[in-house]
Design a protein around this ligand. Structure first.
Ligand code: COA
Length: 213
């Protein structure tokens, strides 16, 4: 992938053994980002790893891996038939129940390491992750994501063609206004996101895990 700074690896229960080091690195980066920087102190752990009850074998991690550095970006996807953050902790954000279905995944823990983020505009690194999420979901025949997020994501995702739909009234999480969204997975959303970030072609790693370094 010569035109992009990193590729996104899909890590699930079937190949996780090949990515032990990167999965651990990502738990530590999550702790730095969410606990230290964002001050989500409920997630603090003395071992410096941000791991919650939804980091089970059912979790699918999309990790951006830069050569020689390792994890630089990530996201977590959870089958909605399983316990997930939205269903277990924020069900009040969905007026008619939190959507469940084989074709729907829950999306959490979207991050980019600070030095790759944009100034006054969304970064290429974030764009790579967003394209990878759409691509991955399309290949797995998923049709939607659900997510609990800050309300400003509604406009950001709309601008990318992801057609977010609010599932209920907004709520508060500390100072933040949060909302439960359902988001469309479709080829047009992928195309629109590629165009927005100037990305041509796939963002997903297509080699074997052992070929990554
Ligand atoms: N339109 C206008 N401005 C935009 C924009 C848009 N669509 N998207 C981002 N921006 C601006 C932001 O306001 C910000 O401006 P600033 O430099 O004046 O502060 C700047 O671009 C960078 O914003 P950011 O949200 O960091 O952009 P990003 O898309 O590159 O990264 C995340 C998004 C979520 C990956 C990144 O912010 C991150 O890792 N955050 C920590 C983890 C987190 O909180 N994740 C979300 C909850 S799980």
């Amino acid at each position: 992938m010569p035109h992009l700074p990193f590729a996104v690896h899909v890590i699930d229960r079937f190949n996780r053994n090949a990515y032990t080091r990167e999965v651990e690195q990502h738990f530590r980066i999550r702790h730095d980002i969410y606990v230290v920087h964002r001050q989500w102190l409920d997630l603090a752990r003395p071992d410096g790893r941000e791991v919650d009850p939804f980091d089970t074998d059912d979790a699918i991690y999309l990790l951006g891996l830069e050569q020689g550095r390792g994890v630089v970006a990530g996201s977590r996807l959870i089958p909605t038939e399983k316990s997930n953050l939205f269903k277990n902790l924020f069900p009040h954000l969905a007026a008619n129940g939190v959507p469940v279905g084989h074709e729907i995944l829950e999306w959490t823990r979207f991050f980019v390491v600070p030095d790759l983020r944009g100034v006054q505009k969304s970064s290429l690194a974030a764009g790579i992750m967003l394209c990878a999420i759409q691509e991955f979901c399309l290949t797995r025949l998923k049709t939607a994501l659900i997510v609990v997020c800050e309300d400003f994501w509604f406009d950001r995702l709309s601008a990318l063609g992801w057609q977010p739909r609010r599932l209920g009234a907004p709520g508060r999480d500390g100072a933040a206004v949060i909302v439960g969204l359902q988001i469309r997975i479709d080829p047009e959303a992928l195309e629109c996101t590629r165009e927005y970030y100037g990305i041509a072609g796939s963002c997903l790693w297509s080699g074997r895990p052992s070929e990554r370094i």
